[in-house]
Write a protein that binds this ligand. Sequence first.
Ligand SMILES: C[S@@+](CC[C@H](N)C(=O)[O-])C[C@H]1O[C@@H](n2cnc3c(N)ncnc32)[C@H](O)[C@@H]1O
Length: 275
Amino acid sequence: MDGPTGQGRGPAARDWARALAEWAIPPEIMATAERSPWAHPVHRFADRADAAVARPGGPSFERARAALAASPGTVLDVGAGAGAASLPLAPWTSAFTAVDRVPAMLDAYRERAAALHRPAAAVEGAWPDVAPGVAVHDVVVCHHVVYDVADIGPFLRALTGHARRLVVLELPPRHPLTWMAPLWQAVHGVVRPTRPTADDLVAVLCELGLAGDLVVDRWRRAEEPDVQPLAERAALVAQRLCLPQSREAEVAALLDGVDRSGLGDVVTLAWPGSP
Ligand SMILES: C[S@@+](CC[C@H](N)C(=O)[O-])C[C@H]1O[C@@H](n2cnc3c(N)ncnc32)[C@H](O)[C@@H]1O
């Protein structure tokens, strides 16, 4: 047990880091990549933010809104992308802060916050490195970021320490690229990992002493998880598989037979802040 006063790197946090490290792409395959297999295309997250603002809903939104309903407050969005997690809360929010390590994501965020007539500060950098320069906010949201974070204990601690009222963290039950395992097997003969999972994250929260008032909602997004045309999806999947553009048609054919039914599954974790 790491407990509230430890480094945040107890057995469950180390287990999370070990499981994430298994996702490293074998170096001989990585050496053939022409583009980063891990890139987050900004336009996809911009579309996602626009859809979330147009049709707000789901447990993550409802939990954050409930925490702001009695009196509007400030919202900090960590790993903000273009703002899908926070901008739907604009009617209950006096000011936003977005943290992201990708400047183009922050540009997309600022543009959308301005359209909603809300002040938005943008902090470029990696959480929790930049956390000491960020003020405490009423609500902290962090959606679809943690599978990118190896040193998870200090990351979660800093989220908690920056929330006066509530932290709302959303993640898929499994690593978001788990569905691609059959493609890795078919193209490279490589077996991809199956952990960490949302349950592993809950284990870390327990270890940090944050599970006492933790609320867990397991749910499924109502809308289609992916509406991009097949050719566009194949282009991104080829990039993720470290394949050149010349093999996108082959990937499109493979994609046809891959089970993507679990892609809309989501877990919302919410716990009280503790500045
Ligand atoms: C998958 S996107 C999710 C974006 C947005 N939260 C959403 O739900 O649409 C993850 C974002 O987190 C950012 N990110 C990942 N790790 C981060 C870290 N340690 N600190 C700051 N930003 C991070 C990435 O640059 C990316 O914009």
